[in-house]
Write a protein that binds this ligand. Sequence first.
Ligand SMILES: NC(=O)c1ccc[n+]([C@@H]2O[C@H](COP(=O)([O-])OP(=O)(O)OC[C@H]3O[C@@H](n4cnc5c(N)ncnc54)[C@H](OP(=O)(O)O)[C@@H]3O)[C@@H](O)[C@H]2O)c1
Length: 337
Amino acid sequence: MTGVGIFGFGRIGRNLFRLLHGRSDIRVAAISDLAEPAALAYLLQFDTLLGRFPEPVSLEGGRLRAGALSIPLLAGKDATAIPPWRDLGVHTVFESTSRGRTRAEAEAHLAAGAKRVILLAPPLETPDVTVVLGVNDAAIDPAQRIVSNASSTVQCLTPALAILDAAFGIRRAIFTTIHSYTSAHRLADVPVEDKRRGRAAAENIIPQASRSPAMVLELLPALRGKLTGYAMNVPVSNGSVVDLVCWHEKPATKAAIDEAFRAAAASDRWRRVLAYEDAPIVSSDVARSPYSATYDSLATMTLGDRVSKTLSWFDSGYGYAQRGIDLVERYAALEAR
Ligand SMILES: NC(=O)c1ccc[n+]([C@@H]2O[C@H](COP(=O)([O-])OP(=O)(O)OC[C@H]3O[C@@H](n4cnc5c(N)ncnc54)[C@H](OP(=O)(O)O)[C@@H]3O)[C@@H](O)[C@H]2O)c1
């Protein structure tokens, strides 16, 4: 049984909690967030995207009660401001606050007794490893302490790039992530440093710079100099999609591309992270999808014999949190050996 701490109980933190509820191999040993405990309990109980929590939720003297579970609910801006993880039975900390973290901030969790920190936001400094399951599972080593779960876009995009590169080679690639809005966006226009980010998210298509190319190149260094892309936030509360255009080394027909993704989705390597879809889905159809990417076969296009355009869908909260939990499982399996 692995005890985990959830540091940041927002959308990602609550997805983690719901995914872990009822599991016997991983237990939530503590939660920390700066918000009022009553507000945190309320948002676990009632969730616009996930619906009502299936069991009663209440507060009991500094603890969150959810069904039969009673979990310490802490508040501190970093690991030094809460009781040490070692006293709470926390082996792994999920860093799921709305802030990217430096190494020193991640190391503070280790100094407080955690054995590992899984960063669920792109880190500000190089972690011990960035893992995208299916892409670099072999890089996982129990000695790693600060582990980045990349971003939800990277979790979706990198498998598509790896599959296309293996089948047809990639000379150049440009992606656009069409992303649902999150708490980082605003409901009405406000003045912020990133001017576009301050515009009303439910009323605009908002172009945004993406940090994904740098993370993808760490994972697929052969694509250095060949890949770029950006994001567009759109007025959708959940369900996102990566639109990927590639120029290939070898001829690529629609049928051959479909077959490459169909075979990949059925393989042991990609089964857990990639789904193949041949129904006419739209964004809401991937809500609560545990996959990193759902390949949309009906959307695939080619131009001439060496340019392809594919769509891969994802739930940026649920699927991304599921990958973080998969990491705990992978490390636990290696540590058990
Ligand atoms: N939502 C997505 O689709 C998505 C996908 C992939 C990755 N991510 C990443 O996941 C992270 C969390 O995103 P989210 O959507 O869950 O954000 P969120 O809903 O805003 O939740 C973040 C939570 O962390 C709390 N928090 C902030 N600073 C804290 C601190 N120092 N200590 C403890 N709690 C703190 C926030 O409290 P306050 O509200 O009081 O500040 C909030 O409750 C972000 O870094 C984001 O980049 C998000």
